[in-house]
Design a protein around this ligand. Structure first.
Ligand SMILES: [Zn+2]
Length: 527
């Protein structure tokens, strides 16, 4: 697709190589040797290239053009050696279904070849002088570059190598950490608002292999939050666009593309080669599919969900026996209950923030840094900037974890069902110290008989809680309290099903509090 030729270019033969009955448009560009440059008469010129590097870069440019513009065929041939005035120096040809993409791809290829491919031109002037054109144009630049010039004492500096010095300067990273990143393979599922910052930071950090899964094509309405792409790219495959951009950002990273929507038939096969999975999808079906597959395969997953101005972050570590998505959300929340960006609306920096947090947690995990989010659900409301952290517990009845257990029967199933949602605080004041708002959901007459054994509880009878206009925040951390723990458990389940992820029930209710003398004196065990 890209090559050099030391003999004159035969345009009709080159064009014949692109012929395709499916194509209705062909655009070509030719660059010719002209007889003057910057006021000097030119007699002839020579081209030189560092071929292994130049061919690699040239082929990349052609592949980018095919991906970006969706053309069928593209090729470029550049002359090297001595050329006369009027000779073809470079030829670019593009065949496409329609003329517009053929023109645009052709323009893209020649512009990128001029900027990126290491080719040097030596002009011989009528006055007997000669000069390396590119070299002189970039003389100023070259003075600052610490590159040795080639044997001629001329030439453009070679393409710069990735430089990770600013992250390697961290003592926790260093050369050993950089090598850990280079050996890592991370799968990013979803190339949208979350996926864009995730993939960008991972590639920039030098993660050796980044896999991209997305079956969608770019839409103009994506761009306010998916800032890796351009308006001109609308209609193109997102994974292909993203791969081209990541490659330009860091050519040292291997980018693998999976232009599909993840489903049960392909999930395990796609995920298997990667050491870490990052969920950047916008629907619950995909999240639970990822969860189930990764629990089965024992792969860590970093989940995030965004809703309008707020979002959640959870790191699932099945290889360490941690809680999974189903442990926290026993009844899989249905799509539609919590809308996606298309229906609910979102400000671009909201997924940008959560994607950045996912990238950060991924690097912490790969580098084995302290402070990793584990067995916790982090909720962040970006309107109020309120952060809530909720402990996640592995549910004994979790279907995914049950499937991995060799033998069941060691726990009381009724107790187990409730374990992820029921908490014990004794005295109840401890819940306040842990950041909970305590909601006493008993009826007014119950409250009159036994006061809430907690100085800062809010009284919200269950009917008012579930059917009234009580202002609860979806990111709030609530502990529901009733007399025996039964009504509060049912109410907490109902709140969770409505999207209040941090609704909990006091296990056993007020009756179970040993520290409260008024309610427990009679039932207190002796001895
Ligand atoms: Zn689980």
């Amino acid at each position: 697709m890209f090559r050099f030729s030391s003999t004159p270019l035969d345009e009709s033969a080159l064009r014949a190589g692109l012929c395709d009955p499916a194509c209705g448009g062909y655009a070509a560009f030719e660059g010719w040797v002209r007889d003057h440059n910057e006021g000097l008469r030119v007699r002839r010129l020579e081209y030189e290239a560092f071929e292994p590097l130049a061919i690699k870069e040239g082929e990349r440019i052609i592949a980018e053009a095919i991906a970006r513009f969706g053309v069928e065929h593209a090729a470029c041939v550049h002359r090297i050696g001595a050329l006369e005035i009027g000779e073809r120096a470079v030829w670019v040809g593009v065949a496409a279904r329609h003329r517009d993409e053929a023109f645009r791809a052709c323009r893209y290829i020649i512009d990128e070849v001029k900027h990126r491919v290491p080719i040097w031109k030596k002009e011989h002037y009528e006055n007997g002088d000669s000069g390396w054109v590119n070299c002189e144009r970039c003389a100023e630049h070259a003075q600052h570059a610490a590159h040795a010039h080639d044997g001629h004492g001329h030439g453009r500096p070679p393409a710069p190598a990735p430089d990770y010095s600013r992250q390697m300067a961290l003592k926790e990273v260093g050369a050993a950490g950089q090598e850990k990143l280079r050996r890592a393979a991370v799968l990013v599922v979803g190339c949208g608002g979350l996926g864009v910052p995730v993939m960008t930071y991972l590639a920039a950090a030098g993660v050796g292999c980044v896999g991209l899964v997305d079956g969608d094509r770019l839409e103009a309405s994506n761009l306010h939050r998916q800032t890796l792409y351009s308006l001109a790219d609308v209609g193109r495959s997102k994974v292909e666009l993203a791969a081209a951009r990541l490659h330009a950002l860091n050519p040292a990273v291997e980018v693998r593309t999976h232009p599909v929507r993840l489903d049960a038939a392909c999930a395990a096969e796609i995920i298997q080669p990667y050491s870490l999975v990052i969920d950047c999808t916008d629907n619950f079906a995909s999240k639970f599919l990822l969860n189930d597959t990764c629990v089965r395969l024992g792969k860590p997953v970093i989940f995030s969900s965004v809703y309008q101005y707020e979002g959640q972050l959870q790191v699932v570590r099945p290889e360490r026996g941690g809680a999974c998505l189903r442990c926290v959300w026993p009844q899989a929340t249905r799509d539609g209950l919590v809308g996606n960006c298309a229906e609910a609306g979102v400000l671009g920096p909201v997924p940008g923030t959560f994607g950045s947090l996912q990238a950060l947690e991924a690097l912490k995990l790969l580098l084995d840094l302290p402070g990793q989010l584990a067995d916790e659900l982090l909720m962040l409301d970006l309107l109020t900037l309120r952060i809530t952290r909720v402990r996640t517990r592995r549910a004994a009845d979790c279907p995914d974890h049950a499937a991995r257990r060799p033998a069941a029967g060691d726990t009381d199933p009724t107790l187990a069902t409730a374990s992820a949602i029921e908490l014990t605080f004794d005295p109840l004041e401890e819940a306040l110290a842990d950041g909970f708002e305590v909601l006493d959901i008993r009826e007014p007459d119950e409250l009159a008989r036994v006061a809430t054994p907690c100085r800062a509880a809010r009284h919200l009878p269950v009917a008012q809680l579930l059917h009234g206009t009580a202002a609860l925040s979806p990111t709030g951390k609530y502990l529901l309290v009733c007399a025996s723990g039964k009504r509060s458990l049912a109410a907490a389940r109902e709140l969770r099903a409505r999207g209040y992820a941090a609704a909990f029930s006091l296990r056993g209710g007020i009756a179970a509090l040993t520290s409260d003398q008024r309610t427990r004196t009679a039932a207190r065990p002796s001895g």
